[in-house]
Design a binder for this molecule. Structure first.
Ligand code: HEM
Length: 506
């Protein structure tokens, strides 16, 4: 009897939440969004976005809607996606009054970090801390830290000569080894061990081992699905406590906690021994750069801030580098041109790992990287922002305050008017024409404006060195028959396996 009443109550609640309320909201249309064509039922229910995200297909679905319905498309109950240069300026440009949308709350933990802080003042305080350590001039200091990892890469790939290697996995191991060295002063040796299993520690101090990549990818799937239902974040988090995929985020936290505690213990030991604290990329979270006094951030903030940095840095650079390697390996004329440029810059037989100074300004290498970031950006989805109270014009259209807006990166990156002919083709040469400056205005691989990627200098540094080392030393054979590298979209668009036959270059 009670079960029946409970079932009826749940059903009635579900009807109200998922049918009656959305129908009322759709008809009442407080943000006046019915004037925009809608991608399928997206204007009526946000479950459309959740479903597409769950299928790893949301970005392509939004892109298809743009091709069918035009440059402004409704992709959620309160969300309009744009695809023009003007919209990029309005939404992301320097000085825009837009802030990040509630979408980002699905990724937040006990404290906000630089990426999910939505409030401008909080974000600026955090961003200022990282500005100097991640600036171009600081990249030079990282070269000594990257070198041993590149040496290890060579050892691992050399050992595979004549055999097959998953290049995506190899690059992922390399990037996480490097990032944990420069953030936590701890080399995890994922590359040498061929695994992403690393240390973890619960808040109460129980130590165990966890698979970092597995934890990251599964919690990222749950968060990116839920992010499109911002009003239901807490409810879903509550109900999914029992779901192993959601609980993976605890494993991610425990991994970071182990790394943070390790890093803090190094400073404590040094200070006790009368030595100055370490100077690495963790330092901006511990010490005020100007006064040298301790910042005394809470442990929760150190954990979320560093987890975010390590993810933003490791994940996106790993994805981007795998895509670049794939594109170059799949295009022999591009590879020939790139090799000619690299061979002119350093003698790979004498010096398998060049100095960054030798390669950082090579135009064709940079064009190969940017062209890959255009076609397969690590973050391919439109990044949601919210129109401030009082409303504003976006791409020539007035939008009410509270409207969520984004620009479809995937669509703009394929705009012939911006990037020239055959936008689906991998053609680095397009970046070497007079039009390249204009193309930068439509280039969203690192986003634009005050919330753009703060680590892009490090990213170019890592990508350039890995690509230079790999293609100067090896022949990489992709599977035949027009094989295409697979993608699995979460917040970032992860690459699937990249199996290559490896041979040493003659
Ligand atoms: C090729 C590699 C990379 C790509 C494609 C990339 C891409 C991006 C994009 C698209 C954003 C904007 C995200 C948003 O608005 O939600 C972003 C933000 C960010 N990235 Fe990167 N990133 C890369 C590497 C790095 C590295 C190496 C670091 C750190 C060392 C880093 C740290 C960050 C941080 C902290 C933010 C948030 C900035 C803010 O909100 O102020 N990224 N990145």
């Amino acid at each position: 009897m009670y079960t029946l009443i409970l079932a009826q109550a749940v059903l009635a609640l579900a009807l109200i939440v998922f049918l009656i309320w959305p129908l009322y909201a759709y008809l009442a249309d407080p943000l006046r969004l019915r004037r925009f064509p809608s991608a399928s039922i997206a204007g009526f229910t946000d479950l459309w976005a959740v479903w597409q995200q769950h299928r790893h297909n949301r970005t392509l679905a939004v892109h298809a809607a743009h091709l069918r319905l035009g440059p402004a498309v409704r992709v959620g109950t309160d969300h309009v996606s744009f695809s023009s240069l003007q919209a990029i300026r309005d939404i992301y440009g320097h000085g825009t009054p837009m802030t990040k949308a509630a979408f980002y709350d699905a990724f937040a933990s006990t404290h906000f970090n630089i990426s999910d802080a939505r409030e401008k003042a909080t974000h600026q305080t955090k961003r200022r801390r990282w500005a100097n350590p991640l600036a171009q001039k600081s990249v030079v200091q990282l070269e000594t830290a990257l070198r041993p990892h590149l040496e290890r890469l060579i050892t691992v790939v050399d050992a595979k000569a004549g055999a097959e290697l998953d290049m995506s996995r190899t690059v992922m191991h390399l990037m996480y080894d490097f990032i944990s060295t420069i953030f936590y002063a701890r080399d995890l040796n994922f590359l040498g061990r061929d695994t992403t299993v690393g240390p973890a520690e619960t808040p109460s101090g129980v130590k165990y081992e966890t698979d970092l990549y597995d934890a990251m990818i599964k919690s990222s799937h749950m968060s990116s699905c839920m992010s499109w239902l911002p009003n239901f974040h807490s409810l879903f988090q509550y109900f999914t406590q029992l779901d192993a995929r959601w609980s993976k985020s605890d494993r991610l936290r425990d991994f970071t906690l182990a790394m943070v505690r390790h890093r803090l213990s190094l400073d404590t030991a040094r200070i006790r021994a009368g030595l100055p604290p370490l100077d690495d990329l963790f330092t901006p979270m511990l010490w005020d750069a100007k006064t040298g006094s301790p910042l005394c951030l809470e442990l929760g903030e150190l954990v979320t801030e560093s987890a975010n940095m390590v993810n933003a840095a490791g994940e996106n650079t790993e994805i981007a580098t795998s895509n670049i390697i794939y594109h170059i390996a799949a295009n022999p004329p591009v590879l020939a041109k790139l090799r000619a440029e690299l061979d002119g810059a350093f003698d790979w037989r004498q010096t398998p790992i060049p100095d960054y100074a030798c390669i950082k300004d090579l135009p064709y290498l940079r064009a190969c990287i940017d062209e890959s970031l255009r076609l397969r950006p690590a973050v391919d989805c439109g990044l949601p922002r919210v129109v401030p109270e009082g409303g504003m014009m976006v791409d020539g259209t007035w939008l009410a305050g509270g409207t969520v807006v984004s620009v479809s990166t995937h669509t703009v990156h394929r705009d012939e008017g911006v990037f020239g002919d055959s936008p689906e083709k991998y053609r680095p040469e397009r970046w070497l024409t007079d039009e390249a400056k204009g193309m930068q205005r439509g280039f969203l691989a690192f986003s634009q404006g005050g919330r753009a990627c703060i680590g892009r200098n490090i990213a170019y540094f890592e990508m350039s060195l890995v690509v230079a080392v790999v293609f100067s030393r090896y022949e990489l054979g992709l599977p035949g028959g027009g094989w295409v590298l697979g993608v699995e979209e979460h917040f970032s668009s992860h690459t699937r396996a990249l199996p290559v036959g490896v041979a040493r270059r003659k």
